[in-house]
Design a protein around this ligand. Sequence first.
Ligand code: TRP
Ligand code: SF4
Length: 400
Amino acid sequence: MSERVLSGMRPTGQLHLGHYHGVLKNWIKLQHEYQCYFFIADWHALTTEYDNTSIIAPSVWDMVIDWLAVGINPGDATLFIQSKVPEHAELHLLLSMSTPLSWLERIPTYKDQQQKLKEKDLATYGFLGYPLLQSADILVYKAGRVPVGEDQVAHVELTREIARRFNHFYGREVDFKKKVKEAIRKMGKKNAKIYKELRKSYQEKGDHEALTTAQALISNQQNIALGDKKRLLGYLEGETQTILPEPEALLTPIAKMPGLDGQKMSKSYKNTIALREPPSSVEKKIRTMPTDPARIRRTDPGDPEKCPVWQFHLVYSKDETIQNWVQNGCRSAGIGCVECKQPIIDAILAELAPIQERAQHYIEEPALVRSILAEGSEQARIVARETLKEVRQVMGLVYR
Ligand code: TRP
Ligand code: SF4
């Protein structure tokens, strides 16, 4: 399996604590473990903002500054803008030719988002194609893993089906069997035997562990050419070579970052704290945050389970003595809500201070930010061009 990781975010403006705890902290960890490609999905933003495109460009800059400020490192991960790699669009178009409409219509986000954004006309060609464009994003890098939240798993599932269909149509070769036999021979007696046994286990018993083991065995072969590797990978599962490998969703460990009102933190609920929120505003937002409605007077006991402030303590007060202080103090009315909120204010300010300092650095160096994205986009293009060359070739679109 490819050790390439790919993920994207739509440019929606400045990021907030929900993005940080829910997504970015995970990216920061992954960038050390895999070859990571993180991109700004400006074309995806167009699917809903086609009538208001002026917000996209500023949002792109705000977003990448926030990525850099939290510690996404352009030395470890490749950062780029989707529209700077036109191969995404070409692959999207080529895949669109063989994608059944029903596959797109049945994706839950299609109807859900139309419901949610009723004031927008999302009965568009582009919006229906949103998940297919996402598939192209993933497949153009042959990414093995895609870190996403729960809501995006269906899109990765679709990507797997799209890849399978593509390989089915275009992964066929004349003399495939003969070439596979030859490739197996090249593995050497011992590995060839293991390969055949693993394949049999998978094909006859559906043993998925055997499949992954066999895939690893093939990736580790030093003296087998890439073309043969594709045949060997394909033969494990069927009679075609694998041109576009099926990715796997890497579910983001759910760090539930609540919003100020206890719902999920999200811009559309207006309950966020931005990563670049000024300290005075952080303080004010926490101070005015709702608490257990039963605590009308200071002397009324409360229940942390009914209070969004407690949700914040779960994120920020890892120290059990603070948690116990909240639990006991709230239930006995031993502490007041103002007091209870102070450790959270302190923790958020401490968390944001270094982020804001780094953000300031990038704000003052726009040329640096531009060059990071330009270089990343060039780097990404090298990989994307390779894939498209191969895709055009297997589809028979080479005119020389
Ligand atoms: N649809 C994703 C979101 O809304 C963003 C995205 C676009 C993406 N292309 C992607 C995520 C490819 C992962 C891989 O969050
Ligand atoms: Fe919420 Fe803390 Fe007040 Fe209890 S004391 S209601 S947990 S803010």
